[in-house]
Design a protein around this ligand. Structure first.
Ligand code: ADP
Length: 477
C-alpha cells in the first residue's frame, strides 16, 4: 500500500517518526493508504522552512506580476491533476467523483482569482500636516498556519492558501487526518511542478491534537486559519490568544431556509438536494433546516420525502450515485444518534432515519417532519443527510426560529416577492443569505459566520485583509 509523505522545504519526507495513519475509503471501510504522522520535530522543520523562506523575502520581494504569474502556474497545475487527484480524493473522502475533481478546479479558481490582487495591495496617504508625508503599507504576517477540514480538503485549503500567498505569506498546511492523501500527493505535486520556491508552501500530515496543536502553538506562526467544528475552533482561538496572534475561524452551522406561502416549492426541493443531501450533508453551510409556512408545509414535506426516498445511494465513483457515505464509522453513529433523538423527541421521519445496511458509512436521506425549535435535531449540527422541517404561522415567528440557534453561517428565503426576500435577508443573523436557491456563491463572494459560526471572512476581496497587517510610515520633511 502506498505511503504518503509530508512536503517540507520543497521535498517529500517521512519526517521524524515511523508512525503512520491509515486512511480508509468511507464507501467500503477499506484501507487505501498510509500517511506519515508529524511529531513536534516535523512541525518545527516545516515552520522553520516557512520562516526561512519568508526571511529570504523570495515571495515578499517578487514583483507583483511575477507573483501573479506563479499563482496562475499553480492554478494550471491544479487543473492538470484534477482527474487523477479527484479520483484519490473521491476514495478518501467518499464524495462524488465529479465533485472531487471539481475541488481541484475550484482550487485553481482561487489561485487565478487572488493572482489578480497581487498588484492591488494598495495603502493610503494620510494628511497629517504640510511638513509630514504619511502613508500606509500592507505587509504579510510571515508564517501563516492553515488547519484543513476533511469535507473539502482541496477547496478549503486553496481558499485560504491562495489568499495568504497573494499577500506574501509563507505557509504551513496541516491536512485533516481523515483525508490527507490527495493534498500530500497531487496538491503538493502541483505546487512543486509550478516551481514554487522551497519552503514557501509546506504540507504536513498528522493528528489534530498533536501536529495541529503544535502548529497553532508554535512561536513562529504569526497567523492561523482554521475551518472545522466549533469546539476545535475555540481550542484554536485559545491557542492563538495565548500568543496574541490573529486567527480566521470558519466553524459550524445549522442554517435555515424560510419558505413563504408564495414560494416555488420545486426550488426548495432542488436546493435541498444539493444543500442537505449533497456531500451527505457534511457541509458547514448545509441547508439543515426548512422553516415552512403552515399553508404549504404538508405539500412541501411530501415533495421533500419523495426526493429523499428516490435519491440513489452509492459510492462516489459509481455512475448515477447521488447520496454518498459520511466520512467515518464514528460519524455515521453520530448521525444515527441524532436521528434516534429526533424520533424520541416526537419528530416524524417521513423518509429515511437509519443507517444503510452493508459496507461503508452510508446513512439514508432523511426528512424529519413536526420538528420543534427546541429539539436537539433543530439546534445542533448533525453533519449528515438529515433535514429538519419546522412550521410557522406569522412571518416574525419564521425569523425567530431561523435565528434561534447558536449558529449564524447561512440562511435562505424562498418567495416570489422581492420586498419580502430583501427584508428577510436583512433580518437573518447569518454571514450569507441565499434567495430561491442554495450555494449561490463563488470564489469572489465573502464567506463566513455570524455568532458561533466564526469570524473573519474567507473568499473575495474581503479575505485578503486577514493576511495583511498595516504599517504606517511618517516622514518628517
Ligand atoms: P471534526 O469535524 O472531525 O470534529 P475538527 O474540527 O476537529 O473536525 O478538525 C478539523 C481540523 O482541525 C483537522 O485538520 C484536525 O486535525 C484539526 N484539529 C483537531 N484538533 C485540533 C487542535 N487541538 N489543534 C489544532 N488542530 C486541530
Amino acid at each position: 500500500m502506498e505511503k504518503y509523505q509530508h512536503y517540507i522545504n520543497g521535498k517529500w519526507t517521512d519526517g521524524s517518526s515511523k508512525e503512520t495513519i491509515s486512511v480508509v475509503n468511507p464507501a467500503n471501510g477499506k484501507d487505501i493508504g498510509q500517511v506519515v504522522c508529524a511529531k513536534s520535530d516535523d512541525v518545527n522543520a516545516a515552520v522553520e522552512a516557512a520562516l526561512n523562506s519568508y526571511k529570504s523575502r523570495v515571495l515578499v520581494d517578487m514583483l507583483p506580476m511575477e507573483r501573479a504569474k506563479l499563482m496562475r502556474s499553480i492554478a494550471n497545475e491544479l487543473r492538470a491533476v484534477s482527474k487523477e487527484g479527484g479520483k484519490l480524493l473521491c476514495h478518501e473522502n467518499g464524495k462524488l467523483l465529479a465533485n472531487a475533481e471539481y475541488e481541484f478546479v475550484d482550487g485553481a479558481n482561487y489561485f487565478d482569482y487572488y493572482s489578480g490582487m497581487t498588484d492591488k495591495l494598495e495603502g493610503n496617504t494620510i494628511p497629517v500636516n504640510n511638513k509630514v508625508v504619511d502613508y500606509t503599507l500592507l505587509e504579510p504576517y510571515g508564517v501563516s498556519g492553515h488547519i484543513i477540514p476533511w469535507n473539502f480538503p482541496i477547496s478549503m485549503l486553496a481558499r485560504s492558501l491562495a489568499c495568504a500567498f497573494a499577500a506574501g505569506n509563507s505557509t504551513v498546511i496541516k491536512t485533516a487526518e481523515l483525508t490527507p492523501l490527495a493534498t500530500a500527493s497531487f496538491f503538493a505535486k502541483a505546487i512543486d511542478n509550478a516551481g514554487v520556491p522551497p519552503g514557501l508552501i509546506n504540507v504536513i500530515c498528522g493528528h489534530g491534537n498533536e501536529a495541529g496543536a503544535n502548529l497553532t502553538a508554535h512561536k513562529d506562526v504569526a497567523q492561523i486559519t482554521f475551518t472545522g467544528s466549533v469546539a476545535t475552533g475555540k481550542t484554536i482561538l485559545h491557542a492563538a490568544a495565548d500568543r496574541a496572534v490573529p486567527a480566521v475561524v470558519e466553524l459550524g452551522g445549522k442554517s435555515a431556509a424560510i419558505v413563504y406561502p408564495d414560494a416555488d416549492l420545486d426550488k426548495v426541493v432542488t436546493s435541498a438536494k444539493a444543500g442537505i443531501f449533497g456531500q451527505a450533508g457534511q457541509i458547514c453551510s448545509a441547508m439543515s433546516r426548512v422553516v415552512a409556512h403552515k399553508s404549504i408545509k404538508n405539500e412541501l414535506v411530501e415533495k421533500l420525502a419523495n426526493l429523499a426516498s428516490t435519491i440513489k445511494v452509492g459510492p462516489g465513483d459509481v455512475e448515477g450515485s447521488e447520496l454518498t457515505p459520511v466520512i467515518s464509522e464514528e460519524q455515521v453513529q453520530k448521525v444515527e444518534n441524532y436521528s434516534r433523538s429526533g424520533q424520541q423527541a416526537g419528530a416524524e421521519a417521513v423518509a429515511g432515519g437509519k443507517r444503510v445496511e452493508g459496507d461503508g458509512y452510508f446513512f439514508e436521506a432523511t426528512v424529519f417532519d413536526n420538528v420543534k425549535p427546541d429539539m436537539t435535531i433543530a439546534q445542533e449540527e448533525i453533519f449528515g443527510p438529515v433535514l429538519s422541517v419546522l412550521e410557522y404561522d406569522e412571518p416574525e415567528e419564521a425569523i425567530e426560529i431561523a435565528n434561534g440557534t447558536e449558529f449564524g453561517l447561512a440562511g435562505g428565503v424562498f418567495t416570489r416577492d422581492l420586498d419580502k426576500a430583501t427584508e428577510t435577508a436583512g433580518k437573518l443573523e447569518a454571514g450569507q443569505i441565499y434567495v430561491n436557491s442554495w450555494f449561490t456563491g463563488s470564489v469572489a463572494t465573502p464567506f463566513g459566520g455570524y455568532k458561533q459560526s466564526g469570524y473573519s471572512r474567507e473568499k473575495g476581496q474581503e479575505a485578503i485583509k486577514s493576511y495583511l497587517q498595516v504599517k504606517n510610515v511618517g516622514i518628517q520633511l
